[in-house]
Design a protein around this ligand. Structure first.
Ligand SMILES: [Zn+2]
Length: 309
């Protein structure tokens, strides 16, 4: 950034800091202590927060508006006295220059609540980033509680790396897992699926927050990041394991997909996407997860195309 850009960013941060945030009725009412941090941008004393030494599996949400901010698999012990994460849920956390002119402040992207600060270059984890967050700005929901609140969608559109890459970037998407479904054997390996003989296809499981994004928006995006007219292939990847398919979890999802396919057919797209009831989804090997993000590459097998109005 040049000086002008930095000044502009600082001005917008100051404007944001001064702007009256309008409380929404669905937001939690804050205690005085919460308000001191979340609204007045205070900092809780180190080693006092309830999530400082807390490492259960689940999700961290905004204390005020309940948006999902962090996943427990990104939490690490930084020994600094506050909860630390090396990444946030995509699009959930906004970074702005701090009023002190040195640090970078982090805010809930949904309600603007103050979370803490982000530091880069400390080499504490491979991601080289530390979101230093006040415990009081967050709530925790366990995997079990998340299963009640969050929803799942399964899409197959060729190589899972590319589908994962684009769906992961939608606000409201909490996590995308690359994996296999539709085949005969439990826990297939990548080699077995690639052979084309196991009957599985490459797919992604999307975990999303229905309060922030709906299934129709996800399915629409899916139809625009892969080519639903290609039979048993997607770009350079050929074989039944790369076919276009949507695995619906309930009748509502099925109806939404049927309506979208209807819209595409009305626009002369010869859609071949198969619509199937969801069976078991098997996560793929770890090295396939977040492939493009980890390797700092962009997809060569998928690119977005507008197909709806
Ligand atoms: Zn919030």
């Amino acid at each position: 950034m040049d000086t002008r850009q930095i000044l502009m960013a600082m001005m917008s941060a100051a404007m944001l800091a001064n702007a009256e945030v309008t409380m929404k009725k669905e937001w939690r009412e804050l205690t005085k202590a919460e308000e001191r941090v979340i609204v007045d941008k205070g900092t809780e004393p180190p080693r006092t927060g309830k999530f400082d030494k807390f490492f259960e599996s689940g999700f961290y949400t905004c204390r005020r508006c309940a948006a999902v901010l962090y996943r427990s698999d990104n939490k690490f012990d930084s020994a600094c006295g506050w909860p630390a994460f090396d990444d946030a849920v995509y699009g959930a956390v906004k970074q702005v220059p701090d009023a002190d002119g040195r640090r970078t402040e982090i805010l809930c992207n949904n309600c603007g609540g103050h979370l803490g600060h982000v530091f880069v270059g400390e080499r504490l984890t491979p991601a080289n980033t530390r979101h230093c967050v006040n415990s009081i700005s967050m709530d925790f929901i366990s995997q079990e509680a998340a299963a009640e609140r969050l929803k799942k969608a399964v899409f197959a559109g060729g190589c899972f790396w590319g589908v994962e890459y684009y769906l992961q970037q939608m606000p409201g998407v909490i996590a995308v897992i690359s994996g296999y479904t539709g085949g005969r054997k439990a826990n297939p390996t990548y080699e077995e699926v690639c052979s084309g003989r196991s009957g599985h296809i490459e797919a992604v499981e999307v975990l999303y927050d229905p309060a922030l994004i709906n299934y129709a928006a996800l399915a629409k995006r899916f139809f625009e990041i892969h080519d639903p007219t290609q039979v048993d292939r997607q770009g350079p990847d050929k074989g039944e394991q790369y076919k276009s398919a949507i695995f619906y979890a309930d009748e509502e999802q099925k109806k939404i997909v049927e309506a979208l396919i209807g819209q595409l057919k009305a626009r002369q797209y010869k859609v071949v996407t198969e619509l199937k009831a969801l069976s078991v989804f098997y996560p793929a090997e770890l090295y396939h997860q977040d492939y493009y993000f980890k390797n700092k590459k962009t997809p060569f097998c998928h690119s977005p195309v507008s197909r709806f109005e």
